[in-house]
Design a protein around this ligand. Structure first.
Ligand code: LLP
Length: 417
Protein backbone atom coordinates (compact mmCIF):
# COMPACT_ATOMS: atom_id res chain seq x y z
CA UNK A 1 0.00 0.00 0.00
CA UNK A 2 1.19 3.55 -0.68
CA UNK A 3 1.36 4.39 3.04
CA UNK A 4 3.55 1.42 4.09
CA UNK A 5 6.91 2.56 5.45
CA UNK A 6 9.82 0.49 6.63
CA UNK A 7 10.04 0.32 10.43
CA UNK A 8 6.73 2.17 10.72
CA UNK A 9 3.50 1.02 9.08
CA UNK A 10 3.01 -2.32 7.41
CA UNK A 11 0.45 -5.02 6.73
CA UNK A 12 1.49 -8.05 8.79
CA UNK A 13 1.04 -11.77 8.06
CA UNK A 14 -2.40 -11.79 9.67
CA UNK A 15 -3.56 -9.03 7.31
CA UNK A 16 -3.55 -6.62 10.28
CA UNK A 17 -1.95 -3.18 10.38
CA UNK A 18 1.18 -2.99 12.47
CA UNK A 19 2.93 0.14 13.72
CA UNK A 20 6.62 -0.33 14.59
CA UNK A 21 5.84 -4.07 14.66
CA UNK A 22 2.99 -3.66 17.17
CA UNK A 23 -0.31 -5.04 15.95
CA UNK A 24 -2.74 -2.09 15.91
CA UNK A 25 -5.70 -4.29 16.84
CA UNK A 26 -3.84 -5.76 19.80
CA UNK A 27 -3.06 -2.21 20.99
CA UNK A 28 -6.73 -1.25 20.60
CA UNK A 29 -7.72 -4.37 22.57
CA UNK A 30 -5.28 -3.70 25.37
CA UNK A 31 -5.57 0.09 25.73
CA UNK A 32 -9.12 0.73 24.48
CA UNK A 33 -10.42 3.06 21.81
CA UNK A 34 -10.38 5.83 20.73
CA UNK A 35 -6.61 5.97 21.09
CA UNK A 36 -3.81 7.86 19.33
CA UNK A 37 -0.64 5.83 18.73
CA UNK A 38 2.67 7.49 17.83
CA UNK A 39 5.90 5.85 16.67
CA UNK A 40 8.88 7.44 18.40
CA UNK A 41 11.40 6.37 15.76
CA UNK A 42 9.32 7.88 12.96
CA UNK A 43 9.27 11.26 14.77
CA UNK A 44 13.05 11.13 15.09
CA UNK A 45 13.47 10.08 11.45
CA UNK A 46 11.29 12.92 10.19
CA UNK A 47 13.19 15.46 12.29
CA UNK A 48 16.52 14.03 11.06
CA UNK A 49 15.38 14.18 7.43
CA UNK A 50 14.83 17.94 7.72
CA UNK A 51 18.09 18.46 9.58
CA UNK A 52 20.05 16.44 7.02
CA UNK A 53 18.51 18.33 4.09
CA UNK A 54 19.83 21.63 5.55
CA UNK A 55 23.17 20.22 6.69
CA UNK A 56 24.08 19.54 3.06
CA UNK A 57 24.31 23.33 2.64
CA UNK A 58 24.99 24.96 6.00
CA UNK A 59 25.43 24.45 9.72
CA UNK A 60 23.98 27.84 10.51
CA UNK A 61 20.32 26.87 10.95
CA UNK A 62 17.89 25.88 13.65
CA UNK A 63 14.63 23.95 13.62
CA UNK A 64 11.83 25.26 15.81
CA UNK A 65 9.29 22.48 16.28
CA UNK A 66 5.80 24.03 15.90
CA UNK A 67 4.38 22.43 19.01
CA UNK A 68 0.81 23.43 18.10
CA UNK A 69 0.91 20.34 15.85
CA UNK A 70 1.27 18.01 18.83
CA UNK A 71 2.27 19.22 22.27
CA UNK A 72 2.35 15.95 24.15
CA UNK A 73 5.17 16.47 26.71
CA UNK A 74 6.75 13.12 25.84
CA UNK A 75 6.99 14.16 22.18
CA UNK A 76 8.48 17.49 23.27
CA UNK A 77 11.09 15.62 25.31
CA UNK A 78 11.98 13.45 22.30
CA UNK A 79 12.49 16.50 20.11
CA UNK A 80 14.43 18.35 22.79
CA UNK A 81 16.89 15.44 22.81
CA UNK A 82 17.20 15.79 19.03
CA UNK A 83 18.28 19.42 19.39
CA UNK A 84 15.03 21.09 18.37
CA UNK A 85 13.99 24.62 19.28
CA UNK A 86 10.33 25.54 19.83
CA UNK A 87 7.75 27.65 18.02
CA UNK A 88 5.12 28.47 20.65
CA UNK A 89 1.83 30.17 19.89
CA UNK A 90 0.74 30.96 23.44
CA UNK A 91 2.50 31.63 26.76
CA UNK A 92 1.01 28.33 27.95
CA UNK A 93 2.73 26.42 25.16
CA UNK A 94 5.96 28.15 26.14
CA UNK A 95 5.48 27.06 29.78
CA UNK A 96 4.75 23.50 28.67
CA UNK A 97 7.93 23.46 26.59
CA UNK A 98 9.93 24.70 29.61
CA UNK A 99 8.33 22.04 31.82
CA UNK A 100 9.30 19.46 29.18
CA UNK A 101 12.97 20.42 29.34
CA UNK A 102 13.43 23.24 26.82
CA UNK A 103 15.43 26.21 28.13
CA UNK A 104 13.63 29.53 27.61
CA UNK A 105 16.27 30.68 25.13
CA UNK A 106 15.30 27.88 22.73
CA UNK A 107 11.70 29.06 22.56
CA UNK A 108 10.26 31.67 20.24
CA UNK A 109 6.71 32.96 20.65
CA UNK A 110 4.76 33.98 17.56
CA UNK A 111 1.20 34.97 18.40
CA UNK A 112 -1.59 37.04 16.95
CA UNK A 113 -4.12 39.31 18.70
CA UNK A 114 -1.77 39.01 21.68
CA UNK A 115 -3.19 40.32 24.97
CA UNK A 116 -1.38 42.31 27.64
CA UNK A 117 -1.73 39.32 29.95
CA UNK A 118 0.06 37.16 27.38
CA UNK A 119 2.80 39.77 26.92
CA UNK A 120 3.39 40.03 30.67
CA UNK A 121 3.65 36.26 31.03
CA UNK A 122 6.11 36.02 28.13
CA UNK A 123 8.32 38.81 29.45
CA UNK A 124 8.30 37.30 32.97
CA UNK A 125 9.29 33.92 31.55
CA UNK A 126 12.07 35.41 29.34
CA UNK A 127 10.51 34.11 26.15
CA UNK A 128 11.64 35.64 22.87
CA UNK A 129 8.77 37.50 21.19
CA UNK A 130 8.28 37.59 17.44
CA UNK A 131 6.02 40.63 17.04
CA UNK A 132 2.92 40.41 14.85
CA UNK A 133 1.43 43.93 14.96
CA UNK A 134 2.14 47.62 15.59
CA UNK A 135 -0.21 47.46 18.57
CA UNK A 136 1.89 44.68 20.06
CA UNK A 137 5.09 46.76 19.80
CA UNK A 138 3.39 49.73 21.48
CA UNK A 139 1.90 47.65 24.31
CA UNK A 140 5.07 45.61 24.84
CA UNK A 141 6.86 48.86 25.79
CA UNK A 142 4.81 48.90 28.99
CA UNK A 143 6.08 45.52 30.16
CA UNK A 144 9.59 45.25 28.79
CA UNK A 145 12.67 47.36 29.34
CA UNK A 146 14.82 48.90 26.63
CA UNK A 147 17.23 46.57 24.87
CA UNK A 148 14.75 43.70 24.59
CA UNK A 149 15.62 41.48 21.62
CA UNK A 150 12.65 41.07 19.28
CA UNK A 151 11.87 40.10 15.71
CA UNK A 152 9.07 41.12 13.36
CA UNK A 153 6.66 38.82 11.55
CA UNK A 154 5.75 40.33 8.23
CA UNK A 155 3.24 39.32 5.56
CA UNK A 156 5.17 38.82 2.33
CA UNK A 157 2.00 39.20 0.26
CA UNK A 158 1.64 35.64 -1.02
CA UNK A 159 0.56 32.51 0.81
CA UNK A 160 -0.07 28.77 0.39
CA UNK A 161 -1.81 26.02 2.33
CA UNK A 162 -3.98 22.93 2.01
CA UNK A 163 -7.12 24.94 2.83
CA UNK A 164 -8.10 28.62 2.97
CA UNK A 165 -8.01 28.45 6.77
CA UNK A 166 -4.32 27.52 6.74
CA UNK A 167 -3.04 30.18 4.30
CA UNK A 168 -1.41 32.85 6.47
CA UNK A 169 0.01 35.41 4.08
CA UNK A 170 -1.51 37.51 1.29
CA UNK A 171 -4.69 39.62 1.24
CA UNK A 172 -7.47 39.34 3.84
CA UNK A 173 -5.05 37.75 6.29
CA UNK A 174 -4.82 38.74 9.95
CA UNK A 175 -1.19 37.72 10.48
CA UNK A 176 1.96 39.79 10.40
CA UNK A 177 2.87 43.31 9.38
CA UNK A 178 2.00 44.13 5.77
CA UNK A 179 4.72 45.31 3.41
CA UNK A 180 3.35 48.86 3.37
CA UNK A 181 3.71 49.16 7.17
CA UNK A 182 7.02 47.38 7.67
CA UNK A 183 9.06 50.58 7.64
CA UNK A 184 6.80 52.13 10.28
CA UNK A 185 7.02 49.00 12.41
CA UNK A 186 10.82 49.14 12.33
CA UNK A 187 10.64 52.82 13.41
CA UNK A 188 8.34 51.84 16.27
CA UNK A 189 10.72 49.07 17.41
CA UNK A 190 13.59 51.57 17.36
CA UNK A 191 11.64 54.20 19.25
CA UNK A 192 10.71 51.59 21.89
CA UNK A 193 14.43 50.99 22.38
CA UNK A 194 14.10 47.33 21.45
CA UNK A 195 16.82 45.51 19.57
CA UNK A 196 15.58 44.14 16.24
CA UNK A 197 17.40 40.86 15.63
CA UNK A 198 15.24 38.96 13.13
CA UNK A 199 12.60 38.92 10.41
CA UNK A 200 9.97 36.18 10.16
CA UNK A 201 7.47 34.90 7.64
CA UNK A 202 5.05 31.98 7.73
CA UNK A 203 3.02 31.73 4.53
CA UNK A 204 0.77 28.83 5.52
CA UNK A 205 0.46 25.22 6.44
CA UNK A 206 0.29 21.98 4.48
CA UNK A 207 1.71 22.88 1.08
CA UNK A 208 3.47 20.40 -1.20
CA UNK A 209 5.80 20.42 -4.24
CA UNK A 210 3.49 22.57 -6.41
CA UNK A 211 3.73 25.44 -3.91
CA UNK A 212 7.48 25.33 -3.33
CA UNK A 213 8.08 27.89 -6.14
CA UNK A 214 5.64 30.32 -4.48
CA UNK A 215 7.34 29.70 -1.14
CA UNK A 216 10.77 30.38 -2.68
CA UNK A 217 9.43 33.63 -4.15
CA UNK A 218 8.47 34.68 -0.63
CA UNK A 219 11.96 33.72 0.54
CA UNK A 220 13.32 36.21 -2.02
CA UNK A 221 10.91 38.88 -0.82
CA UNK A 222 11.79 38.30 2.83
CA UNK A 223 15.50 38.43 2.12
CA UNK A 224 15.05 41.70 0.20
CA UNK A 225 13.00 43.14 3.08
CA UNK A 226 15.62 42.02 5.61
CA UNK A 227 18.41 43.67 3.63
CA UNK A 228 16.45 46.95 3.63
CA UNK A 229 15.89 46.66 7.37
CA UNK A 230 19.59 46.05 8.00
CA UNK A 231 20.47 49.15 5.98
CA UNK A 232 18.02 51.17 8.04
CA UNK A 233 19.00 49.94 11.51
CA UNK A 234 22.71 49.89 10.77
CA UNK A 235 23.43 46.41 12.15
CA UNK A 236 23.08 42.84 10.95
CA UNK A 237 20.01 40.76 11.71
CA UNK A 238 20.86 37.59 13.64
CA UNK A 239 18.27 35.36 12.01
CA UNK A 240 15.70 35.06 9.26
CA UNK A 241 12.82 32.69 9.99
CA UNK A 242 10.95 31.15 7.07
CA UNK A 243 8.16 29.60 9.16
CA UNK A 244 6.66 26.15 8.79
CA UNK A 245 4.29 24.58 6.31
CA UNK A 246 5.92 21.61 4.50
CA UNK A 247 3.12 19.13 3.89
CA UNK A 248 2.85 15.36 3.98
CA UNK A 249 1.02 13.00 1.60
CA UNK A 250 -2.46 12.30 2.97
CA UNK A 251 -3.62 10.31 -0.07
CA UNK A 252 -2.10 8.13 -2.79
CA UNK A 253 -2.28 11.13 -5.16
CA UNK A 254 -0.06 13.36 -3.01
CA UNK A 255 3.68 13.27 -3.57
CA UNK A 256 6.36 13.34 -0.87
CA UNK A 257 7.46 16.86 0.07
CA UNK A 258 10.67 17.80 -1.85
CA UNK A 259 12.79 18.53 1.22
CA UNK A 260 16.00 18.86 -0.77
CA UNK A 261 14.65 21.48 -3.18
CA UNK A 262 13.15 23.40 -0.25
CA UNK A 263 16.32 23.38 1.88
CA UNK A 264 18.66 24.07 -1.04
CA UNK A 265 16.45 26.96 -2.20
CA UNK A 266 16.52 28.66 1.20
CA UNK A 267 20.22 28.08 1.81
CA UNK A 268 21.39 29.21 -1.61
CA UNK A 269 19.27 32.34 -1.51
CA UNK A 270 20.66 33.31 1.88
CA UNK A 271 24.23 32.50 0.85
CA UNK A 272 24.01 34.71 -2.22
CA UNK A 273 22.54 37.66 -0.29
CA UNK A 274 24.20 40.20 1.97
CA UNK A 275 22.63 38.33 4.92
CA UNK A 276 25.20 35.56 4.63
CA UNK A 277 25.82 35.35 8.38
CA UNK A 278 22.20 35.42 9.44
CA UNK A 279 21.05 32.13 10.94
CA UNK A 280 18.27 30.35 9.05
CA UNK A 281 15.29 29.31 11.20
CA UNK A 282 12.33 27.18 10.15
CA UNK A 283 9.24 26.03 12.08
CA UNK A 284 7.91 22.70 10.84
CA UNK A 285 5.19 20.93 12.80
CA UNK A 286 3.17 18.62 10.58
CA UNK A 287 6.20 17.24 8.73
CA UNK A 288 7.73 15.98 11.99
CA UNK A 289 4.75 14.33 13.65
CA UNK A 290 1.99 14.03 11.02
CA UNK A 291 2.69 10.61 9.58
CA UNK A 292 4.08 9.28 12.87
CA UNK A 293 0.62 8.94 14.43
CA UNK A 294 -2.53 6.93 13.80
CA UNK A 295 -5.93 7.02 15.47
CA UNK A 296 -7.58 3.70 16.37
CA UNK A 297 -11.37 3.56 16.63
CA UNK A 298 -13.80 0.72 17.18
CA UNK A 299 -16.55 0.13 14.64
CA UNK A 300 -19.78 -0.22 16.59
CA UNK A 301 -22.36 0.03 13.78
CA UNK A 302 -22.44 -1.38 10.24
CA UNK A 303 -25.78 -0.62 8.69
CA UNK A 304 -27.65 0.40 5.56
CA UNK A 305 -29.39 3.68 6.38
CA UNK A 306 -30.11 5.85 3.33
CA UNK A 307 -26.42 5.32 2.64
CA UNK A 308 -24.20 2.52 3.95
CA UNK A 309 -22.85 3.61 7.33
CA UNK A 310 -19.86 2.59 9.42
CA UNK A 311 -20.33 4.06 12.91
CA UNK A 312 -17.27 4.56 15.13
CA UNK A 313 -16.62 5.47 18.77
CA UNK A 314 -15.24 9.02 18.25
CA UNK A 315 -16.09 12.14 16.31
CA UNK A 316 -14.65 15.53 15.42
CA UNK A 317 -14.02 16.10 19.12
CA UNK A 318 -11.20 13.57 18.66
CA UNK A 319 -10.01 14.38 15.11
CA UNK A 320 -11.38 17.65 13.76
CA UNK A 321 -9.55 17.90 10.43
CA UNK A 322 -12.10 16.14 8.15
CA UNK A 323 -15.07 18.13 9.50
CA UNK A 324 -13.17 21.40 9.87
CA UNK A 325 -11.21 21.53 6.62
CA UNK A 326 -12.74 18.72 4.55
CA UNK A 327 -9.36 17.02 4.90
CA UNK A 328 -8.77 13.62 3.40
CA UNK A 329 -7.37 11.03 5.83
CA UNK A 330 -6.63 7.50 4.64
CA UNK A 331 -8.70 4.94 6.58
CA UNK A 332 -8.22 1.20 6.80
CA UNK A 333 -9.82 -1.70 8.58
CA UNK A 334 -7.05 -2.66 10.99
CA UNK A 335 -7.91 -6.33 11.26
CA UNK A 336 -8.36 -7.00 7.54
CA UNK A 337 -6.46 -4.38 5.67
CA UNK A 338 -6.38 -6.01 2.26
CA UNK A 339 -9.64 -7.41 0.95
CA UNK A 340 -11.34 -7.65 -2.42
CA UNK A 341 -14.78 -7.49 -0.83
CA UNK A 342 -15.19 -3.71 -0.65
CA UNK A 343 -18.04 -1.24 -0.50
CA UNK A 344 -18.54 2.53 -0.20
CA UNK A 345 -19.46 3.93 3.22
CA UNK A 346 -20.10 7.06 5.20
CA UNK A 347 -17.79 6.87 8.24
CA UNK A 348 -19.99 8.31 10.95
CA UNK A 349 -18.70 9.75 14.22
CA UNK A 350 -20.62 9.62 17.50
CA UNK A 351 -21.34 13.34 17.93
CA UNK A 352 -24.72 14.93 17.54
CA UNK A 353 -23.99 16.77 14.28
CA UNK A 354 -24.50 15.76 10.64
CA UNK A 355 -21.07 17.12 9.74
CA UNK A 356 -19.46 14.66 12.13
CA UNK A 357 -18.08 12.23 9.55
CA UNK A 358 -14.51 11.19 8.79
CA UNK A 359 -15.07 11.23 5.02
CA UNK A 360 -13.72 14.43 3.47
CA UNK A 361 -17.36 15.38 2.97
CA UNK A 362 -20.71 13.71 3.53
CA UNK A 363 -21.42 13.15 -0.15
CA UNK A 364 -18.12 11.44 -0.96
CA UNK A 365 -18.34 7.92 0.40
CA UNK A 366 -15.20 5.93 1.15
CA UNK A 367 -14.45 2.53 -0.39
CA UNK A 368 -13.37 0.12 2.35
CA UNK A 369 -13.28 -3.63 2.98
CA UNK A 370 -16.72 -4.69 4.26
CA UNK A 371 -16.26 -4.63 8.06
CA UNK A 372 -17.96 -6.37 10.98
CA UNK A 373 -19.08 -4.61 14.14
CA UNK A 374 -16.20 -4.80 16.61
CA UNK A 375 -13.53 -4.33 13.91
CA UNK A 376 -10.91 -1.59 14.27
CA UNK A 377 -10.91 1.43 11.98
CA UNK A 378 -7.50 3.06 11.66
CA UNK A 379 -7.16 6.68 10.57
CA UNK A 380 -3.69 7.39 9.22
CA UNK A 381 -1.58 10.56 9.34
CA UNK A 382 -3.24 11.68 12.55
CA UNK A 383 -0.08 12.70 14.45
CA UNK A 384 -0.33 16.43 13.64
CA UNK A 385 -3.32 18.61 14.56
CA UNK A 386 -5.16 15.55 15.84
CA UNK A 387 -5.00 15.44 19.62
CA UNK A 388 -3.91 19.09 19.73
CA UNK A 389 -7.26 20.15 18.21
CA UNK A 390 -9.32 17.68 20.24
CA UNK A 391 -12.07 18.94 22.54
CA UNK A 392 -14.57 17.60 25.03
CA UNK A 393 -17.61 18.54 22.89
CA UNK A 394 -20.69 16.48 23.81
CA UNK A 395 -18.95 16.00 27.19
CA UNK A 396 -16.83 13.20 25.79
CA UNK A 397 -13.33 12.80 27.16
CA UNK A 398 -10.20 13.31 25.12
CA UNK A 399 -8.61 10.00 24.10
CA UNK A 400 -5.59 8.22 25.48
CA UNK A 401 -2.23 8.65 23.70
CA UNK A 402 0.36 5.88 23.34
CA UNK A 403 3.97 5.97 22.26
CA UNK A 404 5.53 2.90 20.72
CA UNK A 405 9.26 2.87 21.21
CA UNK A 406 10.55 -0.21 19.42
CA UNK A 407 9.48 -3.11 21.68
CA UNK A 408 7.83 -0.96 24.34
CA UNK A 409 4.43 0.73 24.57
CA UNK A 410 3.92 3.65 26.93
CA UNK A 411 0.76 5.56 27.84
CA UNK A 412 1.91 9.15 27.34
CA UNK A 413 -1.43 10.70 28.25
CA UNK A 414 -4.45 9.09 29.78
CA UNK A 415 -8.11 9.74 29.02
CA UNK A 416 -8.88 13.33 30.08
CA UNK A 417 -11.97 15.51 30.53
N1 LLP B 1 4.83 28.61 12.31
C1 LLP B 1 3.71 29.36 12.46
C2 LLP B 1 3.84 30.78 12.76
C3 LLP B 1 2.45 28.75 12.31
O1 LLP B 1 1.34 29.48 12.43
C4 LLP B 1 2.36 27.36 12.02
C5 LLP B 1 1.07 26.69 11.88
C6 LLP B 1 3.56 26.62 11.89
C7 LLP B 1 4.78 27.28 12.05
C8 LLP B 1 3.60 25.15 11.62
O2 LLP B 1 3.01 24.80 10.42
P1 LLP B 1 3.18 23.28 9.87
O3 LLP B 1 4.64 23.05 9.59
O4 LLP B 1 2.68 22.36 10.91
O5 LLP B 1 2.36 23.25 8.65
N2 LLP B 1 -4.84 22.92 12.05
C9 LLP B 1 -4.36 22.97 10.69
C10 LLP B 1 -2.98 23.58 10.60
C11 LLP B 1 -2.90 24.96 11.22
C12 LLP B 1 -1.49 25.47 11.26
C13 LLP B 1 -1.35 26.71 12.08
N3 LLP B 1 -0.06 27.28 12.08
C14 LLP B 1 -4.42 21.56 10.09
O6 LLP B 1 -4.88 20.65 10.74
O7 LLP B 1 -4.04 21.39 8.94
Amino acid sequence: MWWEKKGHLKVNDENHLSIADHDACALAGEYGTPVYVYNKQRIIDNFSAIRNAFRKHTDNFRIHYAMKANSNPEILRILHKQGAYIDAVSPYEAKLAIDSGFPAERIMFTGTSVSNTDLKMLVNDDIFINIDSMSQIKRLRKFAGKGLNVSLRWNPGMGAGHHGHTITAGKHIKFGIPESKLDLAVDEVISAGFNLVGLHQHIGSGWLAEDVPVFLDTVDKTIAAAVKIQDKIGHDLEFIDFGGGPGIPYSADDKEFPLDIYAKGICEKIASSTLKDAQIAIEPGRYIVGDAGVLLLEINTVEEKNVPIIGVDAGFNTLARPSFYGSYHEMIIGNHVLSKNTKEYMIAGNLCESGDVFNENRETLRKLPVPREGDILVILNAGAYGYSMASTYNSRPKPRELLVDEGKVKIIRDVEW
